[in-house]
Write a protein that binds this ligand. Structure first.
Ligand code: SF4
Length: 501
């Protein structure tokens, strides 16, 4: 008899864990181990999605003929393991640092011998010769991405990238035109299993973040595929053009919103990309959409996984810019006159949702410029988003958003003034702050913070060739101007922690 322990983000039988197993000779253990879900006060919708997907997966397994032991809202995993009377069990490496070790300790305390197999839920992990990164060595996504494209043949014409270029990023940056609308996002009404999970989450996780009333995510493999098919048909064609655009009241725009489902195994990253490529090959979408989408998975998703693997443990403690501000209250309640922050935080509270530019250039940028301690911001990203796992948020926050790793991941800090947000969104049109002003009552907080960030970190950053233009512009400011900017930035920082922006 094979005995398998399936972790909450490994909900697929198409993995190394199940290799060589048939339903008749396999017993599967699943557990909602509460201590793993209270590491931080995770969003109620994230908890609901994961637990409901686990319970639906258990049903899927039972339907296929597997024997399943399921432990819901489990306080004591060792006792749960003991109750199975098993002598040995197989697990798969976890994507999050340390999770597999904690499950293993609980199993071994119950007298169960544990075998751990390689995690092959990532595209790179399935290659005969995976692309590897070196701990502590700066690496760029683009280099990794090209290697993985070539190794997988994804969007390749023989040895050449489709369309003669690897990256069509410049064609992914259209600002939103006036009146830009996107097709509706399908909603999946909670079934009996999900409604029970929602009740369990409210009862067992009273400190969890966010609201649960608007839960409408797909929770089964079939619905997740339906959700993705809907994206391919209706939103994918304009995804490439408006990938970086932000529109008030429309958090999804043309994004697929499937990252949460890939991250728990309901959708397979390779199959998702092959399906997207097939749409391009059949002329249903342009290359800037197909390449832009595949870059998010074959590029960014796989890259951050390898960067995390290479640099953990310790990477999450990086703080190269020595930022030490506590996390401002706006991240928790979204109440602020800064329209971009209000627009970004509201859908997080309601649905655990933002697209990548809201995360990077609004909430991330605000944290970087005010000088929020990277670990506080990382914790918020980990608990607040529907798709968040430690392996994926940590490089995105520590490396990308806050430059806390000193440039291991990004070639420069993603610091932006109101200029960027004003260009890529319609937020500023409805904001009491003026995106053109640096000083004065009505000045957009991002502006003084931006120039002050450059000034404060000049010693570390001015030699960076990608920062040359920014520092040339900073050098044009007089000493008096810089003094005024410093005072203004200090007052904004104080106001941000006092909830007065
Ligand atoms: Fe955000 Fe500033 Fe624009 Fe207001 S003016 S929406 S605070 S960037």
């Amino acid at each position: 008899m094979n005995t398998l322990f399936v972790q909450p983000d490994q909900l697929s039988t198409d993995t190394a864990l199940f290799r060589g197993c048939t339903p008749r000779d396999t017993r599967v253990i699943l557990a909602e181990y509460k201590s793993e879900f209270t590491l931080v006060p995770f969003h109620k919708q994230r908890l609901t999605l994961v637990f409901s997907a686990m319970r639906h997966f258990a049903e899927e397994l039972r339907g296929a003929g597997f024997t399943v032991d399921y432990f819901a809202c489990c306080d004591d995993l060792t006792s749960a393991f003991k109750s199975t009377r098993l002598r040995e069990i197989r697990m798969m490496e976890s994507a999050d640092w340390g999770a597999c070790g904690r499950y293993r300790i609980a199993a071994e305390a119950a007298g169960i011998a544990v075998e751990v197999v390689h995690n092959d839920m990532f595209i790179n992990a399935r290659l005969d010769q995976p692309v590897t990164l070196v701990r502590g060595k700066a690496t760029r996504m683009e280099v990794f991405y090209r290697k993985l494209r070539a190794a997988t043949g994804m969007l390749m014409d023989g040895p050449e990238p489709a369309g003669g270029a690897w990256n069509f990023d410049k064609e992914n940056r259209n600002p939103p035109m006036k009146g830009l609308e996107s097709p509706p996002i399908p909603r999946y009404a909670p079934d009996g299993i999900t409604r029970k999970v929602m009740a369990d989450v409210n009862e067992h996780f009273p400190d969890a973040f966010g609201r649960l009333d608007a839960f409408h995510w797909p929770v089964s493999r079939r619905d997740a595929q339906d959700f993705y098919d809907n994206f391919l048909q209706w939103r994918f064609p304009l995804f490439g053009d408006y990938q970086d655009a932000m529109v008030a009241g429309n958090v999804a725009l043309f994004h697929s919103l499937i990252s949460a489902h890939i991250n728990i195994g309901l959708l397979d990253p390779d199959a998702v990309c092959r399906q997207a490529e097939s749409h391009f090959r059949r002329g249903r979408v342009l290359l800037n959409a197909a390449e832009g989408f595949i870059r998010q998975i074959v590029g960014w998703r796989e890259f951050v996984r390898e960067l995390y693997r290479a640099n953990m443990p310790g990477y999450d403690e990086s703080n190269r810019l020595e930022a030490d501000l506590p996390l401002p209250g706006v991240y928790w309640h979204g109440q602020t006159r800064m329209n971009c922050m209000a627009e970004a935080v509201a859908p997080v509270i309601h649905q655990g949702l933002n697209h990548h530019i809201q995360r990077l250039m609004v909430t991330g940028n605000f944290g970087l410029l005010t000088g929020v301690r990277p670990q506080a911001l990382n914790e918020w990203y980990w608990l607040a988003y529907i798709d968040a796992w430690h392996w994926v948020v940590t490089p995105n926050v520590i490396g990308m958003a806050t430059f806390a790793d000193g440039g291991l991941m990004a070639s420069k800090p993603y610091a932006g003034s109101a200029n960027y947000i004003n260009k890529m969104s319609n937020y500023c049109k409805h904001c009491p702050y003026d995106p053109k002003q640096i000083l004065g009552e009505k000045a957009c907080p991002f502006n003084a913070l931006y120039w002050d960030f450059l000034a404060r970190n000049k010693g570390l950053l001015f030699r960076n060739p990608r920062m040359a233009l920014s520092y040339k512009n900073l050098d044009r400011k007089t000493r008096d101007e810089l003094n005024d900017i410093r005072k203004k930035a200090d007052s904004i920082r104080l106001a941000s922690v006092n909830d007065a922006l």
